[in-house]
Design a binder for this molecule. Sequence first.
Ligand code: F0G
Length: 456
Amino acid sequence: MKTIIEPFRIKSTEPIKLISKEERIKALEKAHNNVFLLDAQDCCIDLLTDSGTGCMSTAQWAAMMLGDESYAGSNSWKKFEKTVKDITGIKHVLPTHQGRAAEAILAQTIIKKGDIIPNNSHFDTTRANIEYVGGVALNLLCDDGLDTSSESLFKGNMNLDKLKDCIKEHGKEKIPFCMITVTNNTGGGQPVSMENIRDIKEILKKYDIPLIIDACRFAENAYFIHEREEVCKDKSLLEIAREMFSYADGATMSCKKDGLANIGGFLICNDDQWAEVFKNLLILREGFPTYGGLAGRDLEAIAVGLMEALELDYQVYRHATVTYLSDRLIERGIPIVRPAGGHAVFLDAKQFLPNISPLQYPGIGIINAIYIEGGIRGVELGSVMFGKFDENGNEIPSSLELVRLAFPRRVYTQSHFDYVVEVIESVWKKKDQIPGYRITYQPEFLRHFSCHFETV
Ligand code: F0G
C-alpha cells in the first residue's frame, strides 16, 4: 500500500509550548474549569475546533495581496461570487462574516414563532438562532447515528420516516424550510449520502418545503460520498459537491471550515424574494452585499480555499490524519465514535466514564483531565452543549455524551498526534480518578462557551 503523505511542505511555523502541570492546574482553576476560558497560549495542542484554525496555502496568501478593498463591486467579490456559484450552482450569494451570521439572517427573516425546522442534527449556533426567534429545532437523525459503535457508512443521514411524520404532524405551513448538515458535526462528523439528500428533496418537493444545506464541511462530505457511494466513485469532488447542492434551495456556510480560511461565511438561495429580504438584513447587520462582513482580502482567500478543499489529495491526507488517531485509540480499547468522522475524533464519554451520570457531565471530566495531563484542549459535545430544560426547569440530558478532538486543517503533524494518543491513553488508565462536575454559572444561550464548573 502506498503511504499517504501530507500533500504540502511547511513554509512558516508557529511555536507551541507545554506549560508545567502545576501551571495547567492553576490555569484551569482560573478558567472556572471551562477550557473555553483558557488562554490559547496555555494549550499545547489545541483541538478545540477546526473552525478558523486552519493553515492557509501560499496560493491563498498570494491571493490576499490582491484583495480589492473597494466598498462596492470589488474584484475580490466577483471572484468570491463566481467560485461559490461554480461550486453550488445557486443563484444569489450573500457574504457574511461567519456561518452563524448566515443562520441569523435566515432565521430572522423566514422563521415565525412556533415554526418547526427539521435537520439531521442542528449545530448549537443553528439551534440557538432558531430558538431565538421562537422556532423549534428538531433533530431527525437516523437511528445508526445515535449508536456510537455502529460502523454504518452514512451515520449523518436523516431518518426519512421521521421527516414524513414530522410534515404530517405539523403541516407544511409550520415548516418554512428543512435543513441537512453535511457532515453532521454534532453526531460525530458523520457523512450524509447523496441518496439521502436526494430522497429528502423528493419528500420536501411534494410539500413545496425548501431544503437548506448547512454546508460547513461540504467538501469533507463530498469526499466520503466519493469513497463510500459506488455510483459516485468516478466523479470529482467538485462534481459531487455540485450534485449535492443541486438538490438544495439554499445553504448556510462557515468558510472557517471547508473554505480553508480563518474567517468568513455565506448565505445562498435560489428564491428571488428570499434574496431580497436577506439582502435588507445583510446591509443592516453585516455590510454592503458585495463584501458582507468581510475584507476584500478575506473574499480572495476564501475563493481559493473553497476550491483547494475539493482537491482529492488534500481530502485523502485529511481523512488519513483523522483515521490515524482513531485507529490508535481503538487499538487501545478507548471508546470512540466509529467509524472516524470527517473533521474530528469523538470520544464516547458515556462509555469512557460509565459511573458519571450525564448531568454530572462526563465529557467535561475527560476534557479537563486531558488538559491537565498534557495541555491538550478538546470540547464537550454532550449535555452541556445540547442539554435542554423541560417546562418545570428540569435539565434533560443530551442523547450523546461526546468529547470532540477537532483537527485544524493542515496544522498538526503525525508526531503531534502520537503525543495526543499518549496523553489520552494515560488519562484512560487513570479514568477512575476523574470527577463529575456541576455548573455554578450559566448564561441563557450557548452556555458552554462561558459557563463555570466545579467538581462534584
Ligand atoms: N454549522 C455547523 C455544522 C458548524 O459546525 C458551525 C460551527 C456553524 C454552523 C457555525 O459557523 O462558527 O462560522 O459561525 N462550528 C464550529 C465548531 C464553531 O467548533 O464546530 P460559525
